[in-house]
Design a protein around this ligand. Structure first.
Ligand SMILES: [Zn+2]
Length: 313
């Protein structure tokens, strides 16, 4: 099970966003099916995220080797802790300097899903022949890489958004922004391991870069003209989650009870809509000041969904 997607439309493809800057886009961007990327400089390559499985990561790195003529992968960034962006880390060359935000490194170190996948997805993901590899370099707010003449700014928003340790990669000359999972393009955003108000706040922060090209964590690459509508859609969704959670807490309802009775409106058409249950878990836990039950939130999403959630790995 798991690593069956070998070829075909869901196998992923490398898109050259601008000269020497690549997005690895894996349709359709659902659970565990992420985007990654790379920046080629004069003296080596920066990889932005790996993939969930050995097969998917190898496919990405092989495609990258083909277009860069085998230039060394000297640096890699994990945009955040989640396994779809990190579980393939051990397939990077041993000599690659792997960078992550301080809290991200700690979260990956203790991530229980790497060894034990709960029965929340179908098929059950199989990561393949990978080991848990953590960043060797940690950063707090910012770090700038110089790839020969090419500058890449790594920036943490300064607060919890999609996760506590989100980092974007920004190319100020080329005006390309790799957002990690601060953006889901065409799919329901997931914030259950982060903060809904923080994710809302991060939208303005990303807009302020004024990017011309944006590589989201999931879904197709977007240009500056699409960005406003995508940011606005995220804003409407986060505000909807917050308002729903406030009402749910006032009525003393569980996230699942509220989600079952909820009209998702325009968001019903978004892929992975069951994430409403998990996002409500996060929002309600934060409103009442209690820790969120991660496995409970996953289990409730499965209940809402009427069975395990579909994944492409
Ligand atoms: Zn994520």
């Amino acid at each position: 099970m798991g690593e069956a997607v070998g070829t075909g439309p869901r196998a992923g493809a490398l898109h050259e966003v601008v000269d020497g800057v690549y997005a690895w886009v894996q349709p359709d961007g659902t659970w565990w099916v992420n985007n990654a990327g790379a920046v080629a400089g004069d003296d080596g390559v920066l990889v932005v995220d790996t993939c969930a499985t050995a097969t998917r990561t190898r496919r990405f790195l092989d495609a990258l080797t083909a277009v860069t003529g085998g230039a060394p992968v000297r640096w890699a960034l994990n945009t955040h802790q989640h396994g779809d962006h990190t579980y393939g880390n051990s397939l990077l060359p041993a000599s690659t300097a792997l960078i992550g935000q301080t809290t991200m490194r700690q979260a990956l170190k203790t991530d229980p899903l790497f060894e034990n996948v709960p029965p929340a997805w179908t098929p059950t993901p199989n990561w393949g022949a990978v080991t848990r590899r953590l960043p060797s370099i940690t950063m707090d707010r910012e770090l700038t890489l110089h790839l020969g003449g090419r500058r890449v700014d790594l920036r943490h928003p300064g607060y919890t958004a999609h996760t506590p340790g989100d980092v974007v990669a920004w190319l100020p000359e080329e005006r390309v922004l790799f957002t990690g999972d601060l953006l889901f393009h065409g799919l329901t955003p997931l914030v259950f391991m982060g903060s809904v108000p923080g994710a809302l706040r991060s939208l303005e922060w990303m807009r302020a870069f004024s990017p011309e090209h944006v590589v989201p964590g999931h879904g197709p690459v977007l240009g500056s003209t699409d960005l406003d509508s995508v940011l606005a859609a995220h804003e409407r969704y986060y505000r909807f989650v917050l308002a729903t959670a406030e009402e749910s807490v006032r009525a003393d309802r569980t996230p699942l009870e509220t989600a079952k009775a909820l009209d998702l409106g325009e968001f019903a058409a978004w892929a992975d809509s069951e994430r409403i249950v998990m996002n409500l878990h996060r929002a309600q836990a934060d409103l009442v000041g209690e820790p969120m039950d991660l496995l409970g939130a996953l289990g409730d999403a499965v209940a809402w969904n009427g069975g395990p959630m579909a994944t492409g790995v």
